[in-house]
Design a protein around this ligand. Structure first.
Ligand SMILES: [Zn+2]
Length: 361
């Protein structure tokens, strides 16, 4: 299957950029992840590959603070080709401490945990990943993008590095720029004649094993983007990774009531969270999104809920992602962008295929 700039075929567009391969900081989040998905989908006639075509940095700084984006660029430029730089002790408390002057020391200011480093290619790969998400959003029917390609009801963006743990001004959890949030914000502003600032309603459904803390932070005070996340309970080991994700975090100000966390404690389900146990949470999420009545849906698709995953502790089988996709499609029926988040096992491509087929018919 060839890479094409055209999306006139009746197959599902897959956004992909091989630039992701220059980012590798020696964690579970490896280059093979995106390649596994790309290989599975690009050799299947039900999909066609599209290169990124929305490449405007203004879309990125609409969500992320400019000094954070500048830091990422400068910090990566500062590294040697084989260097990996991490925040090794503890992240700064910005309210109580001062920002260090040197780019090298600033990593604790801009990274909130100690497992996610940067290498020379991190900035470039992260920007490419963001453009993969934005270009995917632009292909959705009704998005009326300036490129005028909005003719698809279902699009998949193979984003790597992933994004849902990136906040407006900090990285962590293998994420640097929040691809799903960038796509969702882009879609709220996607009317070309939107000169009065009228916003469109977008829902984000995050089904990664880990809570989408970055997406939550970015939209916490907004009522035009409804963020729903099903994830491991923050009160249990592994689920607590990023401190947020409790059910009483519902948004604030105008955003109050537009953030829904559905934490899952395996002990409530005989220690095994398979699809049968997961289905109830999914139905609650879908029901809430239907009541919100969005014009677009962005799915933050983490495959670390799989039984094969070394990080997540849920027990989803490959074919269960088809069931998730079917359930979403049957109930919501809105143009949907799937953005790749986590998942760290060799079945990623097959699980992505299952989800997309469930979403498509
Ligand atoms: Zn995850």
């Amino acid at each position: 299957m060839s890479v094409t700039q055209s999306s006139t075929q009746k197959t599902i567009p897959i956004l992909y950029d091989p630039v992701h391969n220059i980012h590798d900081v020696g964690t579970f989040e490896k280059t093979e992840r995106a390649e596994n998905i790309f290989q599975r989908l690009s050799t299947d006639e039900r999909y066609h590959v599209v290169s990124s075509f929305v490449k405007d940095m203004n879309h990125i700084t609409a969500i992320h603070e400019k000094d954070y984006v500048d830091y990422l660029r400068l910090a990566c430029e500062d590294l040697q080709a084989d260097q990996i730089h991490r925040c090794e002790i503890v992240a700064y408390d910005r309210a109580k401490q001062r920002k260090p002057k040197s780019i090298k020391a600033q990593i604790g200011w801009y990274c909130y945990e100690t497992t996610t480093g940067i290498c020379k290619g991190t900035y470039e790969a992260s920007v490419a990943s963001a453009f993969v998400a934005l270009s995917g959003a632009s292909l959705l029917r009704g998005s009326n993008s300036v490129e005028d390609r909005g003719e698809h009801d279902l699009v998949y963006s193979i984003c790597r590095p992933p994004g849902h743990h990136a906040t407006s001004s900090r990285f962590g959890g293998f994420c640097y720029l929040n691809n799903a949030a960038l796509a969702a914000h882009y879609l709220t502003r996607s009317k070309p004649d939107d000169r009065n600032g009228e916003k469109r309603r977008v829902a984000v459904l995050d089904i990664d094993y880990h809570g989408g803390n970055g997406t939550q932070e970015i939209f916490y005070d907004r009522d035009d983007v409804f963020v729903v996340s099903i994830h491991g309970d923050p009160d249990i080991w592994l689920g607590e990774l990023y401190f947020w994700g409790y059910s009483d975090e519902i948004g604030e100000g105008p955003g109050k009531g537009f953030n829904l966390n559905l934490p899952v404690d395996p002990q409530d389900h005989g220690a095994v969270v398979d699809y049968k146990a997961y289905e109830g949470y999914l139905d609650r999420a879908i029901k809430a999104i239907r009541e919100f009545s969005p014009e677009f849906l962005v799915i933050s698709f983490g495959v670390d809920t799989s039984v094969h995953d070394p990080l997540g502790i849920f027990a989803m089988q490959n074919e269960d992602y088809h069931k998730i996709g079917s359930r979403v499609r049957e109930t919501l029926k809105v143009p949907t962008l799937v953005v790749q988040e986590g998942g760290y096992h060799p079945h990623l491509g097959e699980c992505a295929h299952q989800l997309l087929q469930g979403l498509s018919k």
